[in-house]
Design a protein around this ligand. Structure first.
Ligand SMILES: *[C@@H]1O[C@H](CO)[C@@H](O)[C@H](O)[C@H]1NC(C)=O
Ligand SMILES: *[C@@H]1O[C@H](CO)[C@@H](O)[C@H](O)[C@H]1NC(C)=O
Ligand SMILES: *[C@@H]1O[C@H](CO)[C@@H](O)[C@H](O)[C@H]1NC(C)=O
Ligand SMILES: *[C@@H]1O[C@H](CO)[C@@H](O)[C@H](O)[C@H]1NC(C)=O
Ligand SMILES: *[C@@H]1O[C@H](CO)[C@@H](O)[C@H](O)[C@H]1NC(C)=O
Ligand SMILES: *[C@@H]1O[C@H](CO)[C@@H](O)[C@H](O)[C@H]1NC(C)=O
Length: 541
């Protein structure tokens, strides 16, 4: 036994050494961990931030595992050999720091994952975050170097490779104040005061252009959504509360969207998609909880507006713009499109996308989505908003280093990708320590948090890495392929990537290590031992 332990230790030392050489060649920078009472974050400042170049597979026999864990792995890489008889250990962070008696290969729990690249499902459109007024404000206050690290962390290939972005048309709750274009003059269908962009949008556009420059993101796809029209277009003449769009402004509200698209395009950022409006039920049924900008729509009224006004107006100029429907919670999916179709059968034909917000997904089962998906299999289906801290029983303030929150994202990315989603857009890419700014104090957590006291650091949360385990390794154009597990010891989803290689995400939510064997009909067997509370992406040809 002693001899075996010794040779395992040597093997481990060798692995670490080989890993180190490979890493230094690629000029990768590891995470600088910092412990808070709530967990571990990676700290970035003006001169330092962690990045990982996409691992290259040296040959047909090699596999690479990229790992994150509660104990502190953050995109650590391990390589192994396909068809090896032994399990390759993924060494957890605490064991790297203080090696203990080896537990490698001793895991009693075991799972086999059968990957079949011939059984194919949806294509991946991409992953992203949101560029709200709050994000824009925070970035403006940080030094250019720190801004650039935030952009690169999310949107560069060495970061987590986002390619999608959501932004508000006018204001949202994540702004310093509610706002819309052409608030004045009132009651005016020509929108005479909406001929140029608001300075807040000009700032945002300048920042997004900088983001494109420093990240070299290919094919950035921006999606817009309006939270509210100018107040005078609404029945209640208020930013929030129970409201509808006044019938006499149906065409004006469609023209408003067209004008916004034209102005962003003229400013050099063509828009990829819009939705029919953020969370329409907030102005119909949820006014008690929602105190921020909203515009209420019932599905049948929205069907009329889409069919008579928005659809024809947009399609006359932007034939390929993706128009997303709903942009609201999962539980509305069962009835929303049915009622739209009942009112105006052609209304849903204008929609080329289905947008869903994540917030209640752990209560409402995916069957709500599956029904709509079955009827509309060709539309792009995305989560378009998600964040933690919105519920009364949760801490609204960012919990620095919360692995539990990171895992929540991991679980739900897995579920939605297994249910044919084409991608996921998260909410604010960065917020302050309070989870704002937000003009109605609707504070929440974010995947990165800036130190707005000293403006010298930002912290990358576990959520950043658990999202990255998917977004970084299943780029646009990847196809989900079958991955069947023999038991629930781990959860999994697999992709065939545009370069022909395979990425298998494996998530262990349990409190002990698991021996995982991935069986691929073409390549053979990959055996790894993964630690407790960890998530991994296995890459191979
Ligand atoms: C930035 O972070 C790096 C890595 O942790 C550290 O060595 C350096 O001192 C930090 N710079 C400042 C100005 O704090
Ligand atoms: C951010 O910058 C604005 C404008 O310069 C300033 O008014 C504000 O106080 C700054 N906020 C923080 C948190 O530094
Ligand atoms: C146009 O909008 C700007 C910005 O909101 C406002 O200051 C100005 O008074 C408006 N012009 C008219 C004619 O209402
Ligand atoms: C705009 O229309 C509303 C409703 O018809 C009316 O109450 C209001 O006085 C009008 N505002 C102006 C500036 O004409
Ligand atoms: C922000 O930086 C200051 C100064 O270094 C520090 O005292 C404070 O704890 C930091 N905030 C967080 C959330 O780490
Ligand atoms: C692994 O073994 C299987 C079965 O013997 C074989 O078909 C496959 O080619 C092997 N894979 C590699 C990468 O050598």
């Amino acid at each position: 036994m002693g001899g075996l332990k010794g040779s395992l230790k040597n093997l481990l030392a060798l692995c670490v050494l080989v890993g180190f050489v490979a890493i230094s060649n690629q000029a990768n920078t590891p995470c600088v961990l910092r412990e808070y009472s709530t967990g571990l974050v990676c700290v970035c400042n003006a001169t330092y931030c962690d990045y990982l170049e996409n691992p290259t597979l040296e040959n047909e026999k090699e596999f690479v595992v990229v790992s994150s864990s509660k104990a502190g792995l953050r995109f650590d890489t391990t390589t192994g050999i396909i068809n090896a008889s032994d399990f390759t250990p993924i060494v957890d962070y605490n064991e790297k720091v203080t090696p203990k008696e080896s537990v490698f290969g001793k895991a009693t729990r075991k799972v086999t994952i059968q990957v079949d690249r011939e059984t194919r499902f949806q294509k991946i459109t991409g992953f992203g975050g949101s560029f709200t007024g709050a994000v824009s404000y925070i970035l403006e206050n940080l030094s250019q170097d720190i801004q650039d690290h935030i952009y690169k962390s999310f949107y560069s290939e060495n970061g987590i490779g986002f390619n999608l972005m959501r932004t508000s048309i006018g204001g949202s709750d994540f702004d310093l104040a509610p706002w819309a274009y052409n608030e004045f003059p009132e009651n005016e269908t020509t929108l005479s005061n909406f001929t140029k962009l608001d300075p807040r949008d000009e700032k945002r556009i300048e920042q997004i252009k900088r983001l494109k420059l420093v990240t070299n993101v290919q094919n950035l796809r921006i999606k817009g959504a309006a939270w509210s029209s100018p107040r005078w277009m609404k029945t209640n003449n208020k930013w929030t509360g129970r409201s509808r769009l006044r019938k006499e402004y149906y065409q004006t509200w469609a023209d408003y969207h067209l004008r916004w698209l034209e102005l962003w395009e003229e400013a050099g950022l063509p828009i990829w998609g819009i939705s029919t409006g953020n969370e329409p039920t907030n102005g119909v049924a949820f006014m008690i909880f929602v105190k921020f900008m909203s515009l209420g729509w019932t599905p049948s009224k929205q069907a009329v507006w889409l069919s008579d006004n928005l659809g024809p107006t947009i399609r006359a100029k932007y034939k390929d713009l993706v128009i997303f429907g709903n942009d609201d919670q999962r539980y509305t999916y069962a009835f929303w499109f049915k009622l739209m179709k009942a009112k105006r059968p052609d209304s849903v034909d204008y929609l080329t996308g289905l947008a869903v917000h994540w917030y209640w997904d752990e209560i409402f089962e995916p069957v709500f989505i599956d029904v709509a998906r079955k009827e509309m299999p060709d539309k792009i289906m995305l989560i378009t908003e998600s964040c933690i801290g919105d519920k009364p029983w949760e801490s609204a303030k960012p919990l620095l280093g919360s692995w539990k929150r990171g895992e929540k994202f991991a679980r739900n990315f897995l579920q939605d990708l297994q249910h044919d989603f084409n991608g996921w857009i998260d909410w604010n890419i960065v917020l302050d320590e309070q989870g704002g700014p937000n003009y109605v104090n609707n504070f929440v957590d974010a995947p990165s948090v800036a130190n707005m006291t000293t403006l010298n650091e930002f912290y990358k949360q576990p959520m950043f890495y658990t999202m990255g385990q998917f977004s970084k390794f299943a780029p646009e154009g990847s196809t989900r392929i079958a991955a069947e597990r023999t038991n629930i010891n781990v959860d999994t989803v697999a992709f065939l990537r545009p370069d022909g290689s395979v990425a298998v995400v494996v998530y262990n939510s349990g409190y002990s290590s698991v021996n995982v064997e991935i069986l691929d009909k073409k390549q053979g067997s990959i055996k790894i031992t993964i630690p407790q509370r960890s998530i991994h992406t296995v890459l191979y040809n």
